[in-house]
Design a binder for this molecule. Structure first.
Ligand code: C5P
Length: 220
C-alpha cells in the first residue's frame, strides 16, 4: 500500500462508520465508507425502478455510479452524476434493498477495484476503510485490521437512537434481517486470522474511538 491502510469491518449498528470516521479525524487520515457505494448503487436502482432480482440490470447501473464518494472525514458527501444523495442513501427504503445489490459478484468485484485504488490514491498519510469485507477481501494485507462488534441488543439500541421516526420493532427487524442477508455473502461476524476484535458493548463512543486510535498507533 502507498500509505497506512486501516481496515474495519463489522455488523449493522456496531458503530463502524461513526467510530472509524472519528478515528480517521483524530489520526489526520482519510475515511472511506464502502457501504455508501453499495447504498448509492441501490439508490440508483430505486430511482430507475429496476427489478432487484435482475442481476444484469443491477450491473448495468455500475457505469452510472461514478466516483462520487468523498473521503474527507470532515465533509462526507455522496453524489451520483451531480445529485447529492448523502442523506437519501440512509433511508430505510435503501437499507431494505441494499443487500440484493451487494450479493451480485460482479458488483463486488467492480466496487472493490475502485476501493483499492482509493486506498492507494495520493493524499493524507493514511486512510480508514470501513465495511463488511475490508479485512478479508479488499485489504487482507492492511497493516491494521479491526473487527468492530457489539452485542446485538446494544446494536439495535444504537440504531434506534439514530432512527427515531421508526418503531422499535422495525429497527430491530431491519438490523437482524440485513445482517442475516449480508452474512450469506461475506463473514463479518467472526474475526479472520490476524484481525483484532474490538468489542464496544461496554464502551462509550469516545472509548471505542480511543481504542481504535491506540490500535493504529501501536501497529502502523
Ligand atoms: O455499512 P452500511 O450499513 O452502510 O452498508 C450497507 C450495505 O452495503 C450492507 O448492508 C451490505 O449489504 C453492503 N456492504 C457490503 N460490503 C461492504 C460494505 C457494505 O456488502 N464492504
Amino acid at each position: 500500500w502507498s500509505r497506512v491502510v486501516v481496515a474495519v469491518d463489522g455488523p449493522a449498528g456496531s458503530g463502524k462508520s461513526s467510530v472509524s470516521r472519528a478515528a480517521a479525524r483524530a489520526l489526520g487520515y482519510e475515511f472511506l465508507d464502502t457501504g455508501a457505494a453499495y447504498r448509492a448503487l441501490a439508490w440508483l436502482g430505486l430511482d430507475r425502478g429496476i427489478d432487484f432480482d435482475d442481476e444484469d440490470a443491477i450491473v448495468s447501473l455500475l457505469d452510472e455510479l461514478g466516483d462520487g464518494i468523498s473521503t474527507d472525514p470532515d465533509d462526507l458527501r455522496v453524489t451520483i452524476g451531480g445529485t447529492d444523495v448523502t442523506e437519501d442513501i440512509r433511508q430505510p427504503r435503501v437499507s431494505k434493498v441494499v443487500s440484493a445489490v451487494a450479493r451480485v459478484p460482479e458488483v463486488r468485484t467492480r466496487l472493490n477495484e475502485g476501493f483499492r485504488s482509493r486506498l492507494n490514491a495520493p493524499g493524507r498519510p493514511g486512510i480508514v476503510a470501513e465495511g463488511r469485507d475490508i479485512t478479508t477481501v479488499v485489504a487482507p494485507d492492511a497493516p491494521v485490521r479491526v473487527l468492530l462488534t457489539a452485542d446485538e441488543g446494544v446494536r439495535i439500541q444504537r440504531r434506534r437512537a439514530e432512527l427515531t421516526d421508526q418503531s422499535a420493532a422495525d429497527v430491530a427487524r431491519s438490523v437482524t434481517d440485513r445482517d442475516r442477508k449480508d452474512s450469506k455473502v461475506v463473514d463479518f461476524m467472526t474475526a479472520a486470522e490476524g484481525v483484532t476484535t474490538l468489542d464496544s458493548t461496554d464502551l462509550s463512543f469516545d472509548e471505542t474511538v480511543d481504542a481504535m486510535v491506540a490500535l493504529v498507533r501501536s501497529a502502523a
